[in-house]
Design a protein around this ligand. Structure first.
Ligand code: PA5
Length: 434
């Protein structure tokens, strides 16, 4: 078997290294339940209920996405309008892979109804050279649809009747206001598959079309996700993603460690942390279990960033309540080989760093933080990837989506619905109508 793109070092999640953490024997006892959860997640795909495991095989849509991005390559900018699952994935991937982008510059709106932000972004755009990608599965989400209405009006003023040609609507294939509007106006559409929820849609047109516009290889992203998926399918166990899921579910249920921190040591993964935060929160925070019993269960995810948050959050993680599990993400190879210059010797206490690669410092910071947390009895684990490229990002997205499905099954909840979000949307409509 080829080497895995992503690995998970869970040593410090267990009591061998971290006093008071889960005993490894308990984790072993959990294996049959974990196997069952893996089967359940895969069955949901095989029986057609969930499409996120198989969407990466849809070559037809990938070719269409690439062709559509190619057809529109004359535009300088692509304005992506969406919120939540229709926004966070492409933002995260673009931030991580922007260095490889050779196409349009991506701008994002629709994730807030902050009028100042909308004006600010629109004022720096030349609408004549901007392609607009409105993304909303339902087509009735207030934030992106209000933003889109503003953009549509301005675009018409600038380019007149040709406005529709400058828009791609990514939405449900058969219903919804956006679908109907796009059909009426002759706006080209890309599908959000019905059996894929927003936060599991980064590997569909939702995340892939903006990336294709930016000139990032969606083939590589998809290949990375496939390689992660195929590895999980081949394994007898649930793999590293399953282990990650099981340890977090057990830490929650058995030790009330309900706060799950995602702390990548790479600035370009800050958006990824935010994507994880939504995936974990919206999927796993539920009132009812699958049998309809009230559980009010769910982890609280925290999006953190190393090494920055060592000087903002680590004090709390180290000495605060024993209610957290921390996950570091380490990218082994940085692009830059930047070294600390000899001028550092001007600061005597730091002189020993002269000539040291800066990447070595960030790796040491992660390792030291992990070690210190373990010594303080704070469970933590590290997800490792070789480098930040399209393939690894695809694998990383898939790893966390799979882990989320597994935790859902282990907790006996449905990770794919979001009645709480829908309730909020309804209440907002009611207030605004008044
Ligand atoms: O994960 C989800 O389902 C949500 O976060 C949605 O993506 C978000 O509410 C946006 O919905 P829509 O794409 O329908 O505008």
């Amino acid at each position: 078997m080829s080497k895995s793109l992503i690995s998970y070092d869970a040593e410090c999640m267990l009591e061998t290294y971290t006093p008071g953490a889960l005993a490894s024997g308990v984790f072993q006892e959990m294996q049959p339940r974990l196997q069952y959860a893996k089967k359940q997640v895969i069955n949901d795909w095989k029986n057609g209920h969930q499409g996120w495991i198989g969407c990466i095989d849809d070559r037809q849509i990938h070719n269409r996405i690439k062709a559509l991005a190619q057809k529109n390559r004359r535009y300088k900018t692509c304005l992506v309008i969406g919120i939540g699952g229709s926004d966070l994935g492409s933002r995260a991937a673009y931030q991580a892979l922007q260095c490889d982008a050779v196409g349009m510059k991506l701008e994002f709106l629709g994730a807030n109804t902050d009028p100042d932000e909308i004006e600010q972004v629109l004022s720096r755009l030349n609408l004549k050279t901007t392609l607009v990608n409105i993304i909303s599965k339902s087509g009735n989400t207030i934030e992106p649809m209000v933003t889109f209405a503003i953009v549509w009006e301005r675009l018409q003023k600038v380019v007149g009747k040709k406005a529709a040609l400058q828009i791609i609507a990514t939405t449900d294939q058969s219903k919804g206001y956006l679908h109907d509007f796009a059909k009426k106006q002759g706006i080209e559409m890309l599908p959000v598959p019905q059996n894929i929820g927003g936060r599991f849609s980064v590997l569909t047109s939702v995340g892939l079309f903006p990336l294709a516009c930016a000139g990032i290889s969606i083939e590589q992203v998809v290949n990375g996700a496939k390689s992660m998926r195929n590895e999980i399918l081949k394994q007898k166990t649930a793999g590293d993603a399953g282990r990650f899921a099981a340890l977090h579910a057990m830490a929650m249920v058995m030790q009330q460690r309900n706060i799950h921190v995602c702390m990548p040591y790479h600035s370009k993964l800050e958006g990824f942390s935010r994507w994880f935060r939504q995936l974990w929160a919206e999927s796993l925070g539920k009132k009812y279990d699958v049998n309809g019993s009230i559980r009010n269960i769910g982890p609280t995810p925290i999006a953190s960033l190393g090494a920055t948050d060592q000087h903002s959050q680590i004090q709390l993680y180290m000495e605060g309540p024993q209610d957290k599990c921390i996950t570091f993400i380490e990218v082994k190879n940085f692009s830059s080989t930047l070294k600390v210059p000899t001028t550092i010797k001007e600061f005597p206490a730091l002189g020993f760093l002269s000539g040291v690669q800066v990447s070595k410092i960030i790796h040491a910071e992660r390792k030291a933080t992990s070690q210190a947390l373990s010594e303080a009895g704070r469970p933590n684990g590290t997800i490792m990837l070789e480098r930040l490229d399209a393939k690894n990002m695809g694998a990383l997205f898939f790893f966390f989506q799979f882990a989320t499905g597994i935790v859902g099954s282990l907790l006996d909840i449905n990770p794919y619905d979001q009645p709480g979000v829908e309730a909020g949307k309804k209440a907002m409509y009611a207030i605004l109508h008044k």
